[in-house]
Design a protein around this ligand. Sequence first.
Ligand SMILES: O=C(O)CCC(=O)C(=O)O
Ligand SMILES: [Fe+2]
Length: 278
Amino acid sequence: MAPLTEKAFVGGTEIDVAPLEVISLKLLLEDDQNERVKLHQAAQSLGFFYVDVSDSKEYLADVEQLYSTTERYFTQPEEAKLRDFMAMDEFRGYKGGKNWGSLEILRDDVLHDKVSLPTVVQPDAATVQHFIEFSHDMVHTLIASLSKTLWPDSAKNLGDVHRANEPSNSSLKVYRGPMLESLADVGDNTHTDGGTLTLLYTDKWGTQIELPWNKEWAWVGAKPGCAIVNVGDTLQTLSGGKLHSCRHRVSQPVAGFQERWAITYFFRPENGVTLATL
Ligand SMILES: O=C(O)CCC(=O)C(=O)O
Ligand SMILES: [Fe+2]
């Protein structure tokens, strides 16, 4: 039976909340079999779930710090941000418009000191590096666990196409996406993520996912001490369609301008990997 949506109130409006499982990173690290099965089921059914990282206080402090870095970055004048613009198709640099902006920092660039960080981000270079390292270790824990449940009787391993020292486009991406004064101005940006796994931290309602069993939209709220994690198209393909890359979008439940920040880690495969069932 499909799990029921829950209800919440935002500014007096009742909303449907997606029934996301909470997976414990600590239990996965202890190789807990029940937790592994729970992760597999969550990745298979909704493809969206929480990962509880509340034991990792330093990492959560890094996330908090990144919110202020993000705010500081986006409140600069447009000319300053445009200095960080790369090509539209690159997984790095600043992109933006009137009511949105993103800044992407590639893991490889940070590891190999290839591209210098934007000036206002430089004081937080250590935070950026720690966040990327911890996020990367965490997604590796998730794919190691998923490999065991996807292929219990074989040596197939998602880690084989995500080797640590091979070039990849895994990145930290921070966003400005304010809630707008009028709901009529909110555009539709329904999509699936292309990569393997996405980690998301946000301070406000906004994320909506399409429930696979009835195609209805439900909201995903921030949960203290947890990352919101979702399966991307690459992982759906590598798993032979067993894991679900869920359609989602960013919208807003009520009218009224409010800034909204999001911090994401996009875990992507090694460059040049052929996308097919592993
Ligand atoms: O900001 C959000 O809530 C989600 C962002 C997102 O879906 C994405 O960056 O792919
Ligand atoms: Fe997304």
